[in-house]
Design a protein around this ligand. Structure first.
Ligand SMILES: Cc1cc2nc3c(=O)[nH]c(=O)nc-3n(C[C@H](O)[C@H](O)[C@H](O)COP(=O)(O)O)c2cc1C
Length: 329
């Protein structure tokens, strides 16, 4: 088993399509360096044609590639299917010395992706899954992890898939506690994550509905996972890892008013760093504004009249207007 690029009890910022592109990851690392690890969103391996090296490098990010500190804390995620050019893509990623961690997305619930037998679909087809895992393991010598849901239509094959990963030399498993068919409904089932921790000898990273410091504590103590990955919780509170570093031993004493004041303070910092990065790559202000609006989905949930606050940001007519609203909260 290879060493993971993050220590035990790390907090990982989840890969998120439409969010975790290079400028976002750079901005997050600058604003909230307490996140132990980041990851690209998925690069979908083509069925027809092959990726150029440039496609792979730019998905990871040239600036990240050139920054050894950030590189060490950034994984590369792919999404593939049975007929796709997995071997070719993995060989190309292997050849880039600076990329030292490859993660396979086995959780994507998109209809289109699943219809092409990719993403979470593979959790229902052990034979195809094994072949893909073997191709990757054979061609990738560095850390290789998978990110799964607890099943496709149901959880019947959950334990078979865990054993498969372990037998085929996968280095760690991130588990989102929902099946594909559950999409984002209900609450993530952490019992399955706990059972996985008890049944495999490789590290398990828990994922799903970790929103608060209390959730982080519960995930570590009740589920016993090695590390935790946060998706929507990280979008709602991008400074959660910072708070965790400061208050992990006394989070119970923090009241809602204090956390709201922290939120106001950190929001400014968050958008300042995002603006700095996105302005380097976006020539049109309106594009930056639209990104900011898309990042705002969960940020205002804890405000009194959260819906009204969110809509005021969604209606902002310019970047300056958006920033004025931020100064005013
Ligand atoms: C907007 C969005 C985009 C996502 N894109 C990806 C992705 O590219 N790769 C991936 O493995 N998971 C992706 N996910 C799933 C998350 O990484 C995570 O597993 C899921 O949201 C459950 O965790 P949470 O309850 O902390 O949000 C995405 C989730 C969201 C909300």
């Amino acid at each position: 088993m290879r060493k993971l690029p993050f220590k035990e009890r790390s907090l990982l910022f989840a890969p998120m399509e439409g969010v975790t592109d290079e400028p976002y990851r750079i901005a997050i690392d600058r604003a909230f360096p307490e996140w132990d690890y980041l990851c690209t969103d998925f690069l979908r391996v083509p069925t027809v044609g092959k990726f150029s090296n440039e496609k792979i490098l730019s998905h990871y990010g040239h600036k990240v590639l050139a920054n050894s500190q950030l590189r060490k804390k950034t994984g590369f995620q792919i999404l593939t299917s049975y007929r796709a050019q997995t071997e070719d893509t993995v060989k190309k990623i292997e050849a880039i010395n600076e990329i030292t961690h490859l993660d396979l997305n086995l959780g994507c619930p998109s209809k289109k992706v699943n219809a092409h037998k990719g993403g979470a679909y593979l959790l229902s087809e052990m034979k195809e899954l094994r072949e893909i895992i073997q191709i990757i393991r054979k061609n990738y010598s560095k850390t290789f992890t998978v990110k799964i849901r607890i099943g496709y239509k149901n959880t019947d094959k959950f334990f078979d898939s865990l054993k498969l990963f372990e037998d085929e030399g996968v280095d760690a498993i991130t588990i989102h506690g929902r099946t594909r068919d559950e999409l984002y409904r209900g609450i993530a089932n952490w019992d399955y994550i706990k059972k996985a921790v008890q049944s495999v000898s490789i590290p398990v990273i828990g994922n799903g509905d970790v929103w608060t410091l209390r959730d982080i504590d519960r995930m570590f103590t009740q589920v016993g996972c090695d590390s935790i990955m946060l998706g929507r919780g990280a979008l709602k509170t991008p400074w959660l890892a910072t708070l965790y570093n400061q208050y992990r031993d006394n989070y119970d004493e923090l009241d809602d008013d204090f956390l709201l004041e922290e939120r106001k303070k950190y929001l400014q910092n968050y958008f300042d760093e995002l603006e700095r990065e996105y302005k380097k790559v976006q020539t049109k202000q309106v594009n930056v504004l639209n990104r900011f609006k898309s990042f705002s989905r969960y940020l205002f949930d804890d405000f009194q009249n959260g819906d009204a606050v969110r809509s005021s940001f969604q209606r902002a007519e310019s970047l300056d207007h958006f920033k004025d609203l931020l100064y005013g909260i």
